[in-house]
Design a protein around this ligand. Structure first.
Ligand code: H2U
Length: 348
C-alpha cells in the first residue's frame, strides 16, 4: 500500500525543538460528544466602568487608569515575576536543582474600546500596538535576557478580560522553550552556515503547500510540524532578529499581516477565534553582545479550535504522556486558511 499523508498516520519532526508530532488525519471522521466551547460574546459595551482595563477606571488596587485614547501600558498588579526577590542558594544535588527568577510583568491595552479585537481594529491602530511593543521591548531588553510579548485571546485560552490587551513578561533568565530553540537554531547554523528559519521560509515558498499569506516582508505558514490544528507562524523575510530591528514599513506590513491572519481565523468558523500568540527573537541584555546570527524573528499563533466555533482540540491523554497529536494535516489546515477571506471580517 502506498503512503498517503492525508490518510495515513505518520510523525513529523519540529526542528526548532527536536520534538516529534504524531499526525493522524483519519481521526477527523470520529464523532464528538465531548465538551463544547462557548464562543466569546460580541454584545459587549465599548466602555464598562467595572472593567479595570478601561480608560479612566480605578483598578481594585486604587490606581486610576488615564483616559487613554490609543494604547496604555501598566505594571501588572498581580505580577508573576518581581524585580527584587531574594535568590535561592545554588544546590549541588542534581535531583533538587533551583535557579533565581527575577523579572517584571506588564499589561498593554491595545485600544480604549472594550468591544474590539485585533482583526476588527484598523491597520493604523494595530501599528500603534506594534510601536508600543517596540518601545516596551527597547526599555526591557537592556536589563532582561528574555522579553516575552504574548496575547491570550478568548476565555478558552485563559484570557481573564475581554478588553483587547496583551501581556509582557521580562525575565532575568531564558525560559526552557526559547532556550531549546536557541540551541537548535545555533546547531543548524553551525552545520549549514545559514539561519534555519530563513532556509525554512525559502523552502516553504518553493513547495507552496503550507503558505497562507505572503508579502515582501512576512511569510505566514502552517508549519510542517504544527501541533495545534490551525497553528501558524509569521516569519520575517528580512533577516530581522528582534522586534526592534523592524523598519517603519516592515511594522506597517506586520500590522497588515496580523490583521489578515486574524481576520481569516475569525472568518473560518465565524467566531472570535481564540489563540495564544507571541513573538520569539534573539535573546537580549548580556546575550545581545554574543553572536545571534542563527536567529530569525517570528511570531507564533496557537489556536485551540479544531472543527467549529465550539469544538476544540484537547492536548491531554496521549499528548500529555507521549507527544502532541494532530488530526487534519498542516497542508489541509493551510488550504482552508488560504481559501478563507482575510480582507473583510464576517461581522463587517
Ligand atoms: P489575561 O487576560 O491574559 O489574564 O491578562 C490580564 C492581566 O491583567 C492579568 O495578568 C492583570 C491580570 O493580572 N490585571 C491587573 O494587573 N490589574 C487589574 O486590576 C485586573 C487585571
Amino acid at each position: 500500500m502506498q503512503f498517503i499523508p492525508t490518510e495515513h498516520s505518520h510523525r513529523r519532526l519540529n526542528p526548532l525543538t527536536g520534538q516529534w508530532i504524531l499526525v493522524c488525519p483519519h481521526r477527523m471522521l470520529r464523532p464528538w460528544a465531548g465538551q463544547e466551547e462557548t464562543p466569546q460574546k460580541y454584545d459587549l459595551p465599548d466602555f464598562d466602568p467595572t472593567n479595570p482595563l478601561c480608560p479612566g477606571v480605578t483598578r481594585p488596587n486604587g490606581i486610576q487608569n488615564p483616559n487613554y485614547t490609543s494604547t496604555f501600558v501598566f505594571t501588572n498588579d498581580f505580577p508573576a515575576l518581581l524585580e527584587n526577590v531574594p535568590e535561592p542558594q545554588p544546590v549541588a544535588d542534581p535531583l533538587f536543582q533551583v535557579a533565581p527568577a527575577r523579572g517584571t510583568c506588564r499589561v498593554l491595552c491595545f485600544h480604549p474600546k472594550s468591544n474590539l479585537t485585533l482583526p476588527q481594529m484598523n491597520v493604523g491602530d494595530i501599528k500603534n500596538v506594534i510601536n508600543e511593543w517596540i518601545t516596551q521591548y527597547n526599555e526591557l531588553c537592556m536589563q532582561y535576557k528574555w522579553v516575552q510579548i504574548f496575547e491570550n485571546k478568548g476565555a478558552s485560552m485563559g484570557c481573564s478580560n475581554p478588553h483587547p490587551h496583551c501581556q509582557i513578561w521580562a525575565c532575568s533568565f531564558m525560559p526552557s522553550e526559547p532556550l531549546m530553540k536557541h540551541e537548535k537554531l545555533r546547531s543548524y547554523y553551525e552545520q549549514h552556515g545559514r539561519p534555519l528559519l530563513d532556509d525554512y521560509a525559502k523552502r516553504e515558498l518553493e513547495k507552496n503547500e503550507r503558505v497562507v499569506i505572503e508579502n515582501p516582508d512576512w511569510l505566514v505558514v502552517v508549519p510542517y510540524w504544527a501541533a495545534w490544528p490551525f497553528e501558524t507562524m509569521i516569519i520575517s523575510r528580512n533577516q530581522n532578529k528582534r522586534l526592534n530591528d523592524l523598519t517603519a514599513s516592515q511594522r506597517e506590513n506586520l500590522a497588515r499581516t496580523m490583521k489578515e491572519i486574524t481576520t481569516k481565523y475569525d472568518n473560518l468558523f465565524k467566531c472570535s477565534f481564540p489563540y495564544s500568540m507571541g513573538f520569539h527573537g534573539a535573546p537580549t541584555a548580556d546575550e545581545e553582545q554574543k553572536d545571534n546570527s542563527h536567529w530569525t524573528l517570528h511570531a507564533l499563533y496557537y489556536p485551540p479550535l479544531l472543527r467549529s466555533a465550539t469544538v476544540r482540540k484537547f492536548m491531554v491523554g496521549f499528548e500529555l504522556l507521549n507527544e502532541p497529536q494532530r488530526d487534519l494535516t498542516p497542508e489541509q489546515a493551510a488550504q482552508r486558511l488560504r481559501q478563507t477571506d482575510g480582507q473583510k471580517h464576517y461581522l463587517q
